[in-house]
Design a protein around this ligand. Structure first.
Ligand code: SAM
Ligand code: SF4
Length: 353
């Protein structure tokens, strides 16, 4: 796949100082939601009562085209981005996704290109994604118990297909394959040990994510959060763990290796141990709105100026200016915010994980 030559060069733009926000955090990661729709209805993300059959998702014309995504990604790279992750909604529902991967992987400066998926369609796409330059996949899987899987996905049977997708990703070399599991107290907490057991020794890295108060539609309650430290103690009682060295600044998962050498697991503890201080992530919605926090209440529209003919320098100025003005640290402030007047936050399915 050859990148569009119109977008090959933004000469000079990348030579200027990179943007750091008001807390000195550089811009390093870009998460691109390529599709607001999903083939699951995980209750903690897209509860079926809201995202029903008649829910009005974005029309195709509202979504950024591949050319537009590629052009913006080049500009984000000029602003400092080195890691790009495709997400959604469900990114594998976006037709031609492997072509987009091909174009993004050809951008000089993109050191890491990954994709987060629920895995249902992964087996059929894994080899082509790899061939076009995707480096890694993260598969979201909350339980290997079919009944729990069904309830966590909003009533879908697809466990075997997800497991096949994980195998296909490993065979294709999209490694290390990571499995992200959201843990909700009283819902799937008993599945955690089963997930560890299933993937221990396979090379797949399981990471447990604390259930977060993203958006406003999932009726989040703090009582439903199982703090990572509690979960880690349960796992450690069965399989002794040792802390793993931190890989890089901004690594969100606290990583541990199994003492018997059977691989590693991780914990992402946005609720109990906020990591805002190291957050270097920007998010681009499928309709081209830039968000500087997962818990944002508003974003900056890049699609209108893009489609209005703004040149690269002006668009880059918007990206840098937005990042420099960034003051987000929602997770650190969570406990101090009034609970009776919740913020109107953007939904996770819309900006991606
Ligand atoms: C929004 S999904 C988009 C990509 C794809 N559909 C998937 O599920 O992997 C990205 C990640 O967000 C996670 N997620 C969604 N809602 C969440 C919540 N309330 N708390 C924690 N993680 C959540 C999902 O489990 C998934 O790993
Ligand atoms: S977590 Fe992913 S798979 Fe589940 S509803 Fe949200 S976008 Fe879909």
């Amino acid at each position: 796949m050859v990148a569009n030559s119109r977008h090959q060069s933004i000469a000079g733009l990348g030579r200027r100082p990179e943007a750091a926000d008001s807390f000195g955090r550089p811009l390093r990661d870009l998460r691109i939601s390529v599709m607001d729709r999903c083939n699951f209805r995980c209750p903690y993300c897209m509860p079926r009562e809201t995202f029903h059959d008649n829910y009005r998702f974005l029309p195709a014309a509202a979504r950024l085209s591949f050319d537009e995504i590629v052009r913006l990604t080049r500009l984000f790279v000029a602003a400092g981005v080195r890691k790009v992750r495709l997400t959604g909604g469900e990114p594998l529902l976006r037709s031609g996704i492997a072509d987009l991967v091909g174009e993004l992987s050809a951008i000089s400066g993109v050191d890491d290109l990954a994709l987060t998926t629920n895995g249902v369609l992964l087996a059929q796409h894994a080899a082509e994604l790899k061939a076009n330059g995707l480096k890694r996949v993260t598969v979201s899987l909350d339980s290997t118990d079919p009944a729990v899987f069904r309830s966590m996905s909003g009533g879908f049977d697809g466990l075997e297909r997800v497991l096949d997708g994980i195998t296909a990703a490993q065979e294709a070399g999209l490694t290390p394959v990571k499995v992200n599991a959201v843990v909700q107290r009283g819902v799937n907490e008993d599945s955690a040990l089963g997930l560890v057991e299933h993937f221990r020794g396979t090379g797949v890295v399981v990471r447990f994510i604390e259930y977060m108060d993203v958006g406003n539609r999932n009726h989040w309650e703090p009582q439903r959060v199982l703090p990572s430290r509690e979960l880690k103690a349960r796992i450690e009682a069965r399989w002794p763990l040792a802390p793993a060295a931190v890989n890089y600044r901004g690594e969100v998962a606290e990583r541990y290796t199994f003492a018997d050498g059977s691989g590693e697991i991780g914990f992402i503890s946005s609720v109990s141990q906020p990591f805002c201080g190291d957050c270097t992530r920007a998010r681009l919605s499928s309709e081209g709105v830039l968000y500087t926090c997962l818990f944002a209440t508003q974003g900056i529209d890049l699609r209108a100026p893009l489609r209005g003919g703004e040149d690269d320098a002006a668009l880059l100025g918007r990206i840098r200016g937005t990042w420099r003005a960034r003051e987000d640290r929602y997770s650190e402030l969570r406990r101090t915010l009034p609970q009776d007047q919740p913020l109107r936050k953007i939904e996770m399915y819309y900006i991606g994980g």
